[in-house]
Structures are given as structure tokens and as C-alpha cells.
Design a protein around this ligand. Sequence first.
Ligand code: FES
Length: 127
Amino acid sequence: MAAGLGVVLNGLSSCASMPVYKAVDEQGALMIPVSSFAAANTLVVRNAKLEYDILLVKKNEQEFHALYMMCTHQDNPLTATSTGLFCASHGSSFDLEGRVTKAPANKPLRTFPAQRINDFIKINIQS
Ligand code: FES
């Protein structure tokens, strides 16, 4: 199995303090090693097929949210923190489940199905 060919990078793009995992697309799915989370509960996942990053949120050992980091107001990139996401363009913010916590955005973030399979989290980016 070719899973785990991605790379954890630090200090990239708008998420300077959050680790970035460069994931390889495996037939429409990204496989993220659980160990990539280290001590944090959030991880930025990057893949060349996606215009924006995904924020992978660890709710517990079995539950994960994969949030597309594109603002639902006017499609601008979001900045992730350990407690939520915000948009520098017009000030919208979202919680770690993708719900709007501050307008002008009024729609939740797009999400991708994410499930744990042994030591990996599989994100389906085809849905
Ligand atoms: S594009 Fe994000 S608040 Fe307007």
C-alpha cells in the first residue's frame, strides 16, 4: 500500500504555526497518518488537485472532520487556528465543525468524508 507517501512540512502559507501535511492522491482519497497530528488536534492537509487546503480536525480517536478552507462568502482562502477558521477578506469566521460563527458568510464550510482506517485517516476528496 502506498499510503503515507505524504510529507509533513512546517511554516508554509497562511498557516505559519500549524503543520502542513502534503498528501498524495490515491484514487480520489488522501491517506493521512494519525501520527501526523503530534500533540495538536488540527492539521492542514494539502493536495495539488485541490485549489484550497483542507483542515483536518481530530474530534477524538475515531472521529475526524475534513473542512475545505474556502470561505463560503466569496470563495477566498481561510486561515486556520487551533480553535477555528477566519477569513481576512471580510471577517467571517467558522468553528472547527465548519459552522459560521461570524457573518457575512451564511453557509457552513464544505466538508469531505473522513474516516479512520487503522493508523490512517482517509479523506475522500471525490465527494
Ligand atoms: S470572502 Fe470570506 S468573508 Fe468575504
